[in-house]
Design a binder for this molecule. Structure first.
Ligand code: NAI
Ligand code: A1CAB
Length: 276
């Protein structure tokens, strides 16, 4: 299903690019219906225009006026300036979609002059290959029709879970930041593979296919993660030797701490801006 709406991205960074890449490759919107504006980096806009054939606009007000849907894709610290610059030109029928970590819908609603429908989302950069694990929640003026539109857009770039707004910080720490934890681990696996005698290319191919296989297996079984790693482990074998080291380094505690810290940071981001 194609979405026949004009979509403006305010912000042309990694997340905007990942979503644009996903939407275009899945053919859910035509490149002509997407406009991208940022704060000042013209080279970045030129790159986005060349790579995805979408419209780019150096005038943020023009970009906003032509939009049915405005996607806020700047950093949390830039949100208030971004809205204050455009708010006189925003009309009540425009749907505001935020991908910004930590920022509650109430804060966005309060910054606007009009009672716009606001939908808060948390995608991740796997959007670029249609595999984001996204979550969405609704602001107080958003209707089921708005939900349907945003669900359709985000389903084109992966899975979509509808969550309560109170759960968004947890989603952010787990799934928004999540790809980085896995990339971090892949980096370590590749280093270890090279140290053990494989070439960089061999290491990359083997580790990548291993993580793809793990993802697919998790999607296709009811077994718990524990049952799955026990399946790999023979008594006295290589996996047991490896897992023993992970346990010695408190690997699971480290992961739980990492996610907890990210969740707390998401909460803080919202609180800092709410106090301004
Ligand atoms: N990178 C990621 O993996 C994810 C990021 N997010 C959220 O997406 C948002 C953007 O993150 P990134 O793309 O990583 O950041 P980025 O730094 O790569 O891009 C930010 C963009 O916002 C633009 N910008 C700044 N102020 C602006 C303004 N007033 N008006 C219009 N554009 C403005 C900048 O010019 C830049 O193009 C953040 O709020 C982040 O929390 C959400 C999920 C995942
Ligand atoms: O690091 C960040 O703040 C953003 C939000 C989720 C992923 N990246």
């Amino acid at each position: 299903m194609q979405i026949n709406k004009q979509i403006t991205f305010l912000g042309a960074g990694s997340m905007a690019e990942a979503i644009i890449g996903g939407l275009i490759s899945q053919n859910i919107v035509s490149s002509r219906s997407i406009t991208v504006a940022n704060l000042q980096d013209q080279d970045r806009l030129a790159y986005i225009n060349e790579t995805y054939q979408v419209n780019t606009e150096s005038n943020r007000l023009e970009a906003v006026q032509s939009a049915d849907i405005i996607i806020l894709a700047m950093k949390p610290k830039n949100l208030q300036d971004a809205i204050s610059y455009i708010k006189e030109d925003v009309t009540e029928n425009q749907l505001i979609v935020s991908v910004i970590a930590g920022i509650p819908t109430t804060l966005i609603e309060a910054e606007l002059i009009t009672n716009n429908p606001v939908i808060r989302t948390m995608p991740n950069t796997s959007a670029k290959v249609g595999e984001s694990a996204s979550a969405i929640c609704l602001g107080k003026f958003a209707t089921d029709a708005h939900l349907l539109t945003v669900e359709t857009l985000f389903k084109a770039i992966g899975s979509v879970s509808l969550v309560e707004e109170e759960q968004m910080d947890a989603v952010t720490g787990v799934a928004g930041s999540g790809p980085a934890y896995f990339y971090y681990m892949v980096e370590a696996m590749e280093k270890a593979a090279c140290n053990a005698g494989l070439s960089k290319e061999q290491a990359h191919d083997l580790v990548t296919q291993t993580i793809v296989g793990v993802g697919k297996r998790l999607q296709n079984t009811n077994k718990t993660p524990r049952a799955l790693y026990q399946e790999v482990m023979s008594p006295g074998g290589t996996t047991e030797a490896g897992i023993q080291k992970l346990a010695e380094h408190h690997f699971q505690d480290a992961i739980q701490d990492a996610v907890g810290n990210a969740v707390n940071r998401s909460k803080e981001l919202g609180q800092v801006l709410s106090k301004n």
